[in-house]
Write a protein that binds this ligand. Structure first.
Ligand code: SAH
Length: 360
């Protein structure tokens, strides 16, 4: 077997190489992180793009076995942020040079919901004079809905596959039509056909998941030709069925480091895509997102969800920054990004360079 040093010199990586990279520890892990940092610096540069995250509703029709806002969790107080408040958040983002926002919510396929999102997109672009890139993260929808939203001005879409391994997917979701692996995968293809910059991601350190499974997740992203990725550690939530398997989990520290290694390896495999520093990393380590930036991530999503609703969007527990005001979040990030040797690129859309090249 090749040593990690030899592997890092390669241009093409086989599955075993990727597993070796993900298994790196100690000095080898440092070498991996340095390589990823170098690849980032030499291709897309040491810039970080902000996407203001608005979690506009936690009403969800799905019942994913890991997620704190699953429909069966009756302890969650459900909310829908008003259009006015969402527009205010969009203005805040524009005024502060964020240039992009992400609208995220639970998953609903009702026409009430889908037409509301269309209306919102139109209002946001009107108010901000088309200055904002808008990413949607509103789950699986029909191709026609994706088209409507695209035509109303959504340019990017985030839909995590959660795991590219069907067996794992079925262990962490109810087995029924609403949670079908093939349907989620097909939704990613539909998004690409419509013309979005397509983002996906997985959870890292799920029960039953191995390093080889995670290597396969990265290979899936590479072979699909994904434009953007957001992936982070799985964090158990007491009010979910998956909590029963907490004894099978890697330590938080191992999940955290695997999160960083996944980002580093993906940066090496796909130098020109956008990779987000997941908030879940920060839930484990206060400087988690900045560490992710250091090893290859180039996107941070400051939470700009208006006020007191954040406590009700607890996908996992100990979610950071739920009690900050948007301004606080921005200020703390600015200092930390500078510490990681990167620069925040204000007023720039920061489209995925991989996507731009794909269109040529
Ligand atoms: N409903 C939308 C997006 C909302 S949730 C959709 O499905 O596209 C955003 C992401 O949070 C999910 O895709 C999932 O990967 C992550 N998430 C949910 N529960 C989590 C948990 N317990 N630990 C870590 N990440 C979790």
């Amino acid at each position: 077997m090749d040593s990690l040093q030899d592997i890092l010199l390669k241009k093409d990586f086989c599955r075993d190489d990727i597993i070796s990279m993900l298994s790196a520890r100690g000095h080898e892990q440092t070498l991996l992180f340095e390589k990823a940092a170098e690849v980032k610096k030499n291709t897309i540069g040491n810039f970080v793009y902000f996407r203001g995250l608005v979690e506009f509703s936690n009403v969800c029709g799905k019942d994913c076995l890991y997620c704190g806002i699953r429909s069966s969790n009756e302890k969650v107080q459900r909310y829908n942020i008003t259009d006015e408040a969402i527009l205010e958040a969009a203005s805040f983002a524009t005024d502060n040079g964020f240039a992009s926002i992400v609208l995220q919510s639970g998953e609903l396929e009702t026409s009430n919901f889908t037409s509301r999102v269309t209306r919102l997109l139109e209002k946001i672009h009107k108010l901000t004079q088309n200055k904002l890139r808008v990413t949607l993260s509103c789950g699986e929808q029909t191709e026609n809905v994706y088209k409507d939203w695209f035509n109303a001005g959504a340019q990017r879409y985030l839909l995590r596959l959660e795991s590219s391994n069907k067996k794992i997917y079925e262990k962490i979701h109810p087995i029924n039509e609403l949670h079908r692996f093939e349907k989620r995968l097909e939704a990613l293809h539909a998004l690409r056909r419509v013309g979005y910059q397509v983002g996906t991601g997985v959870m890292i350190g799920l029960p039953f998941q191995t390093e080889a499974d995670l290597a396969d997740d990265l290979i899936f992203m590479r072979d699909f030709g994904i434009d953007m990725v957001g992936m982070g550690p799985y964090l158990e939530h007491t009010e979910t069925p998956l909590y029963q398997y907490r004894n099978l989990l890697w330590s938080l520290n191992d999940r955290f480091h695997m999160g960083l290694k996944m980002i580093a390896v993906l940066r090496i495999l796909m130098p020109e895509i956008n990779i987000a520093a997941a908030t879940a990393l920060q839930a484990i380590d206060k400087l988690g997102r900045e560490k992710a930036i250091k090893v290859g991530a180039n996107v941070i999503m400051p939470n700009i969800t208006p006020g007191n609703n954040r406590d009700n969007y607890l996908l996992y527990q100990n979610k950071p920054c739920t009690d900050d005001s948007p301004e606080d979040c921005k200020n703390c990030l600015e200092v930390r990004v500078a510490l990681s040797g990167n620069e925040i690129a204000y007023n720039q859309w920061g489209d995925s360079r991989f996507f731009q090249n794909r269109l040529k």
